[in-house]
Design a protein around this ligand. Sequence first.
Ligand code: AMP
Ligand code: MG
Length: 429
Amino acid sequence: MAADRRPLLTLDDALARLLAGAAAHAVAGRETVSTFDALGRVLAAPVPSLLDVPPADNTSMDGYAVCAADVAAAGTVLPVAQRIPAGVVGQPLARGTAARIFTGAQVPPGADAVVMQEQCEALPAERGEGLGAVRINGVPQAGQWIRRRGEDVQHGATVLQPGTRLTPQALGLAASVGAAELAVCRRPRVALFSTGDELAMPGQPLKPGAIYNSNRFTLRALLQAAGCEVNDLGIVPDRLDATVDALRRAAEGNDLILTCGGVSGGDEDHVRPAVESLGWIEHWQLAIKPGKPLAYGGVRRSAPAVGGVRGAEADNALFIGLPGNPVSSFVNFLLAVAPVLRVMQGGAGALPAGLAMRADFDWPRPDKRREFLRARLNGAGGLDLFPNQSSGVLTSAVWADGLVDNPAGQAIRRGDGVRFLPFAELIGR
Ligand code: AMP
Ligand code: MG
């Protein structure tokens, strides 16, 4: 095969193209799900608060609610007039008295401070009657240990914006304002298949020449982390008719078709002619390492999707073909596919800003392409580099915490500043 002399496409240009396609394939449907089941989903509507959180001033300590002006000196003794556990609303506090109070209970009107029980001495009631008294071994400041009404969320505020991916803490926040259900974007439906006659599944014996299909696991899990419904079509043999058949099935009812392998342009690579016969495909050479070959296109559907996509592209499933090398497909997913999936769900496509970090390694022979190096945070506030940066070495992606985004041709000397993209920021944002 003749060498491909087309100029390389920058990642930014590729992303601009991909995100325009993703916007045209934005998932139109939304659904209402229980807040219990909304982890990882993308919000389709704002979540407003119709209440203050907390709803009233309350104590953050077990102790005694007092009027600070009643305790001018350490050792002051006050009669205990009432007992207020969490969930009970007390009576107004009379001047010169204290209320026994427990964490989370509303502070009664008239009290303006809580003294933690560690600074108090309970004095038993005479003849066992009443609640006794308390000696306060400190001088309270007005306001101490009181959580103010609305200090977390104010009535009328929007606590979560549309486009937000729902993290565990976001679910808690939604619940704290009383949202039992949330409007979320329909999950993008993604068909996934791997090409390659050398691929075997774990659990099967490995014949000579075979390798296990690791990408199927990595990509499927990445798709799940990105909030997708995965339709896994398994392994497709390196034959044109089989690839066409798989693509036809993949286009029906799916928003995106994601494949891995078979896009390098070799004689055994059938993805390109197969996609071409059912739609259109562009075969990109990205100016990045790893992850140079990437295919982008569309596959016609015979029947329009039900409740599917909107716009002129509606009768096409989006197509992205990833390279087969495990690190290449992983990195390409993070840099190119994850942003597409975010935009399809109404979120932002931009890559994370990353962190300015110190390189605790040398990288004397940079590539002509922009590199994404597998690196790990060390205890000294810098980054270590995985020694083998080959695109076949998946161990690097497990060892690492993220990618150093190194500009084309830039050598790195120990101590230099570099831009670091943590995996946590790239996956499932
Ligand atoms: P290809 O892109 O099909 O030319 O494959 C490039 C390299 O990635 C070859 O060494 C393949 O054996 C390997 N590869 C392809 N698909 C997978 C897969 N699903 N899992 C692991 N390695 C793969
Ligand atoms: Mg192959």
